[in-house]
Design a protein around this ligand. Structure first.
Ligand SMILES: Nc1ncnc2c1ncn2[C@@H]1O[C@H](COP(=O)(O)OP(=O)(O)OP(=O)(O)O)[C@@H](O)[C@H]1O
Ligand SMILES: [Mg+2]
Length: 141
């Protein structure tokens, strides 16, 4: 289920243009997950998901932006939403890109598949030649 509303906390934007921005992005996600009351195990899952997505935006997408939002659904359940977008080449075959072991670079090709397994909601919106946006949500148990 997609979030119905944002909480009072404003979404936060993080630009990922350089190597050091990856660390800043990880720290920001950790802080939001702590503030939202996630367990340490869940914090780590959320940070790992964020890390893979911002690394993809940096390596494959030529840099991008991550938006962190604390969200709530209509039942009052809260969660964290991460949306990572870039203006890179896009992904021609999303199914292939999601498969474990597929990489067009030097990676293991486990980033996208692994990320999907760490979150409750996973959406890729990509257009070849225009860019990619991956949005994930992890709900609090
Ligand atoms: N933001 C993106 N823009 C363009 N292509 C992407 C993007 N994210 C992923 N891809 C494509 O999907 C493939 C699979 O991504 P995935 O994250 O699973 O593996 P990887 O980044 O190659 O390696 P790993 O993440 O294991 O280090 C990439 O090799 C790349 O071709
Ligand atoms: Mg990757």
């Amino acid at each position: 289920m997609l979030p119905d509303e944002l909480t009072d906390q404003d979404p936060r934007e993080h630009t990922v243009r350089a190597e050091e921005d990856l660390l800043t992005a990880r720290h920001a996600v950790r802080a939001s997950a702590v503030a939202a009351g996630f367990s340490i195990v869940d914090q780590t899952k959320i940070v790992t998901a964020a890390s893979e997505l911002v690394r993809n935006a940096y390596i494959h997408g030529g840099g991008g932006t991550m938006t962190i939002a604390v969200v709530r659904d209509r039942f009052g359940r809260s969660g964290i939403s991460l949306s990572v977008r870039d203006g890179g080449p896009g992904i021609a075959d999303v199914e292939q890109a999601m498969a474990d072991g597929f990489s067009t670079g030097a990676g293991l090709g486990h980033g996208l598949g692994g990320t999907r397994r760490l979150v409750d909601e996973f959406t890729i919106d990509t257009t070849p030649g225009e860019g990619t946006t991956v949005t994930v949500v992890r709900w609090k148990p």
